[in-house]
Design a protein around this ligand. Structure first.
Ligand SMILES: CCCC/C=C/CC(=O)SCCNC(=O)CCNC(=O)[C@H](O)C(C)(C)COP(=O)(O)OP(=O)(O)OC[C@H]1O[C@@H](n2cnc3c(N)ncnc32)[C@H](O)[C@@H]1OP(=O)(O)O
Length: 358
């Protein structure tokens, strides 16, 4: 799954042959990844506020931060591959089957026995919108049933994921904020259940910093491989919120209750090395060789008998599934209340009005 210069050149040519306009958001991503792959991080001065087109391009490119050029090249190739429609197989990268089309916020590909689900909002650090929660549930349901041996979750751009998209809180339904909190608790419970019940090995390829729910969920994965650029941050108290993703069950089990409290209550940000020492991360790799080493390892895992891997996962998970669902339900119940608190409203407003960052 490592794109060569030839793959990159082919992808560049495929873009010109696309039969369907992929839309402005995707075109901006293609532009940004291409520039990052060929020139590295954006050093251009920020265009004026009324120079809409160049400002949008600049935003997309700078949104990739310090993403290594090799990773940008890989992501460009994956994105082009995902845009190739089934009617025009000549456009697809040999061997890479795209599950695209249905997804706006993800790039899903299957190759070498591995289904890769990539969060695809790099300009927003892959923050998870309501749409993305829904698409992730659909993608996981499909991956659980497809013929791949492993499923991988990763992020496009310089972040793995910046957690819940805080603008989700601004979309208030006619039933008001109480209804919003209730709907969000139902969505969260269903979303986390998909990870609890996922039937085959699920691996996180943590390509950069991870925040909030993208960290807590890691306790439900079977392996977590991280770049040494990754950090792990759960600033729930800072946001007037409380932990989710079954972390109230998995984190004390993984790292002990004292370390879990430091992370989940006091929002201590862990480096990749610390997260590995505490058992949340399986192995850390230097960012320069991260993609190459991890994908070589995953391809080897994917050759193992798939039914044996599913059976091993099931027997490991069976003993604690009930406790995980109970933890999920309780976390959602508490969070529903937190979302209605002044502490939470003030923290979200501060972020949205740019007064606060993590
Ligand atoms: C319904 C289920 C609910 C489940 C609940 C889950 C709880 C959580 O996940 S809590 C964690 C929530 N996440 C955060 O608090 C992170 C907020 N973001 C930040 O603090 C920073 O953006 C960053 C540290 C992640 C990155 O900082 P950096 O300076 O490098 O980049 P920015 O210029 O801030 O970001 C670029 C772009 O992306 C937007 N963005 C980033 N993260 C989020 C987010 N979580 N929600 C909404 N938008 C986000 C940021 O606003 C920028 O947008 P513009 O370019 O339009 O300004």
């Amino acid at each position: 799954m490592r794109a060569s210069q030839v793959d990159f050149e082919n992808a560049k040519n495929q873009v010109k042959l696309l039969k369907k306009d992929p839309g402005n958001e995707v075109k901006l991503q293609l532009y940004a990844l291409y520039k990052q792959a060929t020139e590295g991080p954006c050093k251009m001065p920020k265009p004026g506020v009324f120079d809409f087109v160049n400002k949008a391009k600049w935003d997309a490119w700078t949104g990739l931060g310090d993403l290594p050029q090799e990773t940008a090249r890989q992501n460009y190739v994956d994105l082009v591959s995902s845009l190739s429609s089934p009617e025009s197989p000549g456009q697809a990268r040999p061997g890479a089957e795209s599950k695209q089309g249905a997804y706006e916020t993800l790039v899903v590909t299957s190759e070498d026995g591995i289904t890769k689900i990539m969060l695809n909002r790099p300009a927003k650090k892959n923050a998870i919108t309501t749409k993305m929660y829904q698409e992730l549930m659909l993608a996981l349901q499909a991956a659980g049933k497809d013929d791949s041996a492993l499923t991988v979750l990763t992020g496009n751009g310089d972040y793995y994921c910046s957690g819940n998209d805080l603008t989700n809180f601004t979309d208030i339904p006619p039933g008001g904020v109480e209804q919003k909190a209730k709907d969000s608790a139902v969505l969260l419970r269903d979303f986390v259940s998909c990870f609890i019940d996922f039937p085959k090995p699920l691996i996180a390829v943590v390509n950069g910093p991870a925040v909030g729910i993208s960290v807590t969920l890691l306790g439900l994965f079977d392996a977590v491989y991280a770049s040494d650029r990754a950090t792990f941050h759960t600033p729930f108290s800072h946001l007037g919120q409380s932990p989710e993703g079954c972390s109230t069950y998995t984190f004390p089990k993984i790292m002990g209750s004292a370390k879990a409290a430091e992370v989940l209550i006091f929002g201590k940000k862990l480096t990749a090395g610390e997260a590995c020492a505490q058992g949340l991360v399986t192995q850390v790799f230097p960012d320069s060789t991260f993609q190459k080493e991890v994908w070589a390892r995953l391809k080897a895992f994917a050759k193992l008998p798939p039914n044996a891997m599913r059976a091993s996962k099931e027997v490991l998970r069976r003993g604690e599934r009930e406790q995980l669902h109970a933890a999920n339900a309780e976390e959602c119940r508490v969070l529903q209340g937190r979302w209605l608190s002044d502490e939470c409203a003030n923290a979200v407003m501060a972020f949205l009005s740019r007064r606060a960052k993590l």
